[in-house]
Design a protein. Structure first.
Length: 442
């Protein structure tokens, strides 16, 4: 149980108590990780316990995060009051059409869009909100125009804390912002850009004692690592060859890598899957870094662009963790264009599954990794769909009607488009049209 906050800068190596309100190392500024480095458990007993909890009606057991609480070393059942909306419990789905599209024999999606607010941010937010309550916080804040604010607003509201959301003025995506408003978040539009607001909010947090639930928060990462634990539990601990995930701030891939390494060290799995991260082509600083032979410095992208707004990040905070996880797993980093992402998304839809644009980067990237021979046709692949199809209906409508354009004004072809059809009120003509289009008779 004695988790601590470890500074990840090996030259510093400072260690802090779990109850300290810090987000990065106060000595050197590096990222922190919450870890119990002495944890031991009996693999078979743990697997049995976790399976049995699926039959339980206790809130902790019903959560797809807290069910695996033995791995959440910061958590003490006697002290913490868990904030849960029964997050996790997301399905693994076979998708033969998507597999064929990528040139694979088979493909499984782990769909985090089935979460309470429709994205994997809930897996992390249940942990972040629980720690905030334990620390006695009344107000929590984040800077985000997307899924983080939707998720934080919901968990704060559920716990009786006040959610405060900071947005760059005039840069709002209405679908996700609507959720935050509905969950009652105090929503502040600041006349500054994303990075300036981030700096501002850190000052405000220090001044006012508001707790920050931004993506550097180490407890969110702990919650998100259970996505891999649940996935393996659902596969009876059969380790896939590859886990594919979109990359924005790179918190998710960092969480996956940490979770998988811990499972391996504890003897619950006998090897690590390789991690493949896919970025949007014009928001791909991690791709550039990974493929730069020297890797001297991490160069951020000044003006990141992509319609997949969840991965429109030019300066990803978790890159030092992410590069470690990708390298340790023998992984790769790929990038996909707007057209590739849009088409892949439509194919995920044709599987009856659907996802938001950022999630479809996984399938788009897989297709390229397969074509390059990096992923074998018979590889066992799990791609993580990060967000729900309903997050971005505007994008969908525009794609299918041929009206989707890149942020820099290029048209995106509706290669898998599906236009609505207007017909007169005439049964015969409608029947004839349906026959013509579907060819089926019954
Ligand atoms: C946040 C988010 C991402 C990016 O995840 P990172 O941890 O920032 O790399 C991808 N897809 C969706 C739907 C998201 O909400
Ligand atoms: Zn440090």
């Amino acid at each position: 149980m004695p988790s601590q906050l470890h500074c990840l800068n090996s030259a510093c190596g400072a260690v802090y108590a779990i109850g300290e309100v810090i987000y990065t190392c106060p000595k050197c500024g590096a990222l922190l990780e919450a870890a119990d480095r002495d944890l031991k458990l009996d693999p078979d007993a743990a697997k049995r316990t976790w399976r049995e909890r699926r039959m339980s009606n206790a809130p902790l057991d019903q959560s797809g995060v807290w069910r695996y609480r033995e791995l959440l070393g910061f958590f003490d059942e006697r002290e913490h009051c868990v904030v849960t909306l029964r997050e996790g419990n997301t399905p693994v789905l076979d998708a033969p059409k998507a597999a064929a599209y990528a040139g694979l024999d088979a493909l499984t999606f782990k769909h985090q869009g089935f979460n309470p607010t429709g994205s994997f941010k809930d897996n992390g937010m249940t942990a972040g909100a629980t720690v905030a309550m334990r620390l006695g916080m009344r107000r929590v804040a984040c800077v985000s125009t997307g899924n983080t604010s939707a998720s934080m607003a919901a968990y704060a509201a559920a716990a009786g804390m006040t959610p405060i959301i900071f947005l760059p003025h005039g840069n709002i995506s209405h679908g996700k912002l609507a959720q935050a408003l509905e969950y009652g978040a105090l929503t502040l539009q600041i006349e500054a850009n994303f990075d300036q607001i981030l700096a501002l909010v850190r000052v405000l947090a220090e001044k006012t004692g508001i707790y920050l639930l931004n993506s550097v928060n180490p407890f969110r990462i702990e919650g998100q690592k259970t996505i891999m634990v649940e996935m393996l539990d659902q596969r009876d601990w059969r380790v896939p060859d590859w886990v594919v995930v979109p990359g924005g701030n790179l918190g998710n891939v960092s969480a996956f890598g940490k979770g998988l390494r811990e499972l391996h060290a504890l003897g619950l799995i006998d090897r690590l899957p390789r991690l493949a991260v896919v970025q949007a082509a014009r928001s791909a600083p991690f791709y550039d870094y990974f493929h730069n032979a020297e890797r001297a410095a991490f160069v951020s992208v000044e003006q990141p662009e992509t319609l997949a707004t969840a991965i429109r990040i030019g300066d990803p905070v978790s890159w030092p963790k992410a590069i470690h996880e990708v390298e340790t797993s023998g992984g790769v980093v790929e990038k996909a264009t707007e057209q590739e992402i849009a088409d892949a998304k439509a194919v995920v839809g044709q599987c009856g599954i659907g996802c938001e644009p950022a999630s479809a980067a996984t399938l788009a990237g897989l297709k390229k990794l397969r074509a390059a021979g990096i992923v074998a046709a018979d590889a066992d692949v799990v791609a993580v769909l990060t967000g729900n199809v309903l997050k971005d209906p505007d994008y969908i409508f525009k794609y299918h009607t041929g009206a989707l354009k890149t942020p820099w004004g290029e048209g995106i072809a509706a290669n898998f488009g599906n236009q609505p059809v207007v017909l007169p009120n005439d049964a015969e003509r409608i029947a004839a049209f349906i026959g013509e289009r579907t060819g089926a008779r019954n």
